[in-house]
Design a binder for this molecule. Sequence first.
Ligand code: NAD
Ligand code: UD1
Length: 333
Amino acid sequence: MKILVTGGCGYIGSHTCVELLNNNYEVVVLDNLSNSNISVLDKIKKITGKSVKFYEGNMIDTDLLDKVFTENKIDAVIDFAAYKAVGESVEKPIEYYKNNVSTILELILAMKRHNVKKIVFSSSATVYGTPDEVPIKEDAKTGGTTNPYGTSKLFVEKILKDLYKSDNEWDIAILRYFNPIGAHESGLIGESPNGVPANLMPYVAKVAKGEFEFLRVFGNDYETNDGTGVRDYIHVVDLANGHIKALEKLTKEEKGLYIYNLGTGTGYSVLDIVKAFEKANNIKVPYKIMPRRAGDIAACYSDPTKAKEELGFVATKTLEDMCRDAWNFEKNN
Ligand code: NAD
Ligand code: UD1
């Protein structure tokens, strides 16, 4: 099968390309390199011994989309192409809505023109807003997003639901990721955010490397075990494999619109992460307790049962694996 991976040079996309190639899929990547580097393609080849076919360009470009679908007999699309920085989305809402919503409309129209009707979409646990209870199941209420990034994911989910309602020949998987961290065990590909990282694990790794003096722990007065925020961290390679399971569902079973949480189901606190990172890598991560970060919630973790029962997806990597691989990548890069 031939899969078009949009945003395939990015963090999650590159790891998914590796798992697709390892599972004998053929891979075509479309990426405008707005948040990634073309050197990732060589690294994918180094890891797998196989190449992907690459098109550089913006997913909003209809001529380019037609070219990709004409030159390749695509069976399904995995759509990662989007902007993802929550803080930046508050400052640049229109750019975020354009890149995260308008582009996928063009992608879907191109898929319609070329009669490709299978798509896996990268959504986020952010669509649950502040959850009424944890662990979060897929049928929990969505909405109440507090930033344009989160709202863009909510909009696209709605668009995909309306699309399926209009034509149930479509086959759609919406995957709601919890907190992907870690890197490929080779240390060749991983997450390298521009500037000061907003997310916890890349910041922890940079403190360990000495680029920052200490980690700012945002609040220790939440109603959690140790007072710090609790999240469902999932190894990016497990997450990538979740996409293979979703593709199998779309190809083997009856057509439908399916929504799955991709997480481990276990919540870890900020201090759990600090301790696990120190232990796994035998390195100190100094930290200071700071005030809460605006918009944060106390605890967010998944109920992963539906993905287990319907996809056979279970995350297998441990927190130690996540910390070791994140550090291995940071040291190499
Ligand atoms: P990333 O920024 O590393 O990768 C996104 C890739 O898409 C980049 O290579 C970028 O150059 C490309 N891209 C962006 N806009 C494009 C466009 N218009 N045309 C072509 N290419 C474009 O991000 P990621 O962490 O790999 O995230 C992938 C997807 O998963 C995104 O949709 C993101 O919103 C979603 N997601 C990520 C997380 C996370 O924590 N990383 C959590 C939940 C959901
Ligand atoms: C963030 C995004 C969310 C996205 C998710 C996965 C926000 C508000 N939300 O979620 O939309 O889906 O990433 O990419 O950004 N922390 C510190 N110090 C730091 C950084 C983080 O203490 O320097 C704490 C946070 O307060 C939180 C936990 O670590 O309790 C995780 O934070 P982060 O990695 O930013 O992820 P989320 O906030 O869960």
